[in-house]
Design a protein. Structure first.
Length: 61
């Protein structure tokens, strides 16, 4: 069995919201404002969960 060592690396900071739901309640009305807020709060690299799926965002690269 092969185990990928990258799977043990920590994920970037972020707000995942509620399990299975994520941030959909606050996310979609103004996407650009949400992205800017997350960038300022966490860093250019952060994670978020939308509709139960984790996403990692890279900004400014």
């Amino acid at each position: 069995m092969n185990i990928n060592p990258a799977s043990y690396l920590p994920l970037p900071p972020g707000n995942l919201g509620l399990p299975f739901i994520g941030k959909n309640k606050i996310f979609p009305n103004n996407y650009q404002d949400y992205i800017k807020e997350m960038y300022e709060k966490y860093s250019p690299i952060y994670q978020s969960r939308i509709r139960g799926k984790k996403f990692i965002y890279f900004q400014g690269y």
